[in-house]
Design a protein. Structure first.
Length: 178
């Protein structure tokens, strides 16, 4: 069996995440669902979190499921960044103790994102480099996990690039697994 992809919407619903040109809470759900559908359509096992789930229940469910699935799995927590309406680009957060294979995959993900959208590649970051010293999706999940900060939703050029190239981003994401 191939890689199982757990997709988590980093926020669930209007106004629950960062704002700007894109509402993170709404777009995380839409993108998660579209990515999952595209993966499944290409024969990749894709599981998603529930929109009403708390962070602790998502972590518990992912950990429970990952012990019952053959093959390598990865957890991708989908987010849109926000800062000062000037910061821009894509970045992926990984645990500082992540495996080399997870690190390589995260590197491919951020490179693909920045190339597809034509935005700055901010690279890989570890929990120590985040504004939060402990990111639960990275420190509590047993399976390899990452936080995918697609672009800055409060920066106009990033947001326009995402909106214009969203389907291409989905297609290129699927190519990382098939």
């Amino acid at each position: 069996m191939g890689k199982t992809v757990f997709l988590c919407a980093g926020h669930h619903g209007a106004g629950t995440g960062a704002g700007g040109f894109i509402d993170e809470g709404l777009e995380c759900i839409k993108l998660r669902d579209d990515l999952s559908h595209a993966l499944r359509g290409n024969g990749v096992i894709s599981l998603i979190d529930q929109n009403t789930a708390s962070l602790s229940s998502v972590i518990r469910n992912v950990n429970d499921l990952s012990t019952h699935i053959d093959g390598e799995s990865v957890v991708i927590d989908i987010h849109f960044n926000s800062f000062n309406k000037k910061a821009h680009g894509s970045e992926v957060y990984i645990h500082s103790q992540t495996s080399n294979s997870n690190k390589e995959f995260a590197k491919k993900l951020v490179e693909m994102t920045s190339e597809t959208l034509g935005i700055h590649n901010r690279g890989l970051r570890t929990t120590a480099q985040s504004q939060h010293s402990r990111l639960a999706m990275l420190t509590k999940i047993k399976a390899p996990s990452m936080i995918w900060e697609i672009c800055f939703c409060d920066e106009k050029t990033d947001s326009e690039a995402y909106i214009e190239h969203r389907q291409e981003l989905i297609d290129n994401f699927v190519k990382l697994f098939v």
